[in-house]
Design a protein around this ligand. Sequence first.
Ligand code: HAM
Length: 412
Amino acid sequence: MGNMIKVQKGTKDILPQEMALWHKMEENALRVFSNAGYGEIRTPIFEATELFARGVGDTTDIVNKEMYTFEKSERSLTLRPENTAGVVRSFIENGMHRLSAPVKLWYKGPMFRYERPQAGRQRQFHQVGVEMFGIKDATADAEVIELAVSYLKSLGLDDLEVEINSLGCPECRENFKTKLKEVLKPYYNELCEDCQTRYEKNPLRLLDCKVPSCKEIFERPEVKAVIQGDFICEECAKHFNELKSYLDILGIKYSVNKLLVRGLDYYNRTVFEIKSNNLGSQNAVCGGGRYDTLVGNLGGQPTCAIGFAMGMERLYSLMNEVNEDKLDAFVVCTDKKESLKLVKYLRDNDIKTDFDFTGKKFTKQMEKAAKVAKFAVILGEDEVANNTVSVKNLETSEQVAVSRNELLNILR
Ligand code: HAM
């Protein structure tokens, strides 16, 4: 016998008994996002490596450490670690800037990051997300955050925390970076290795560090004063205040987290995350923000944009309802030929049906029916003789003899 081949570390099979909730996540995405005018887009799973290096940013962990990159015909290709870059590529390539703004797109599908697997963190995981192009006004930011909250509500998840922040524009951010570097300079040698690199390459990302000794430095009064200070310019502050007032109007509770900088380089102004207290350390179900320069940076007509993505495995683990996916009917009949005919009749009429393939005794078949179905459809000798069937509601144990036409009505 050969060796057993196992599923790869950080990847998972999604099994039939889990599908009811997966379908719910997908169907609700289609419904909630189409109701808001978003069209679904499906981009390829692999893209040119350069798209992510330039799109997500070459100082990010995602690009530096986590990409599944391979070569084919001397081309460097990468399994998508996220879908914003791919959607932007498609937006540009298909000339979507010519459509009237806003252009609204949503997607779902697998993403790949070579991370250390742990609870809530996989190497292949799934995201559902939206991207909206062409609106600079803070109403767009409010709509996108509202949409995330509505989608989560549709899945029964309303006990979540919305955190927002503004990263300002490239100009005000430069200012902030300089101030941050100045105040951190005396602590440079105490920063962790990653933070020392960030200090040189991308100081904003320092704030995202989870190492306790770094976090402690950010709590020092003079450092904290810089972090908590209002570094963003007047225009950016106005945009952020408008967003807050729109969220208030929509009744969305949020808190401002000045340490929220996100792990991808393309953001400016609004960034946000939605977190759950029931997820342990990987507590973000949703991350997103505004990226007004990405379309231009990737070679398109400069177009502002904002979006979010949610981790579907994390949503799944929060949806604690019973993952029940019972059959509508189980045909109980000791005559296999009659069973085959009746099962086909029910399936043709869109009733989810199965039966016993092996002609077991009546009582065994009834036991099986009680386990897997809502109704037992019983076809015994009497029923065949009278041209009726008996239907037993397996929850209430009520049983009635009916004609085939009535049968459909009951099962529906
Ligand atoms: P992100 O924060 O990297 O943003 O990912 C969004 C969400 O995907 C996270 O909040 C988390 O729920 C889930 N996620 C990320 N990595 C993993 C993993 N290894 N295992 C399981 N779940 C994970 C983005 O990807 C941006 N593209 C979001 C965006 C869209 N920004 C603007 N538009």
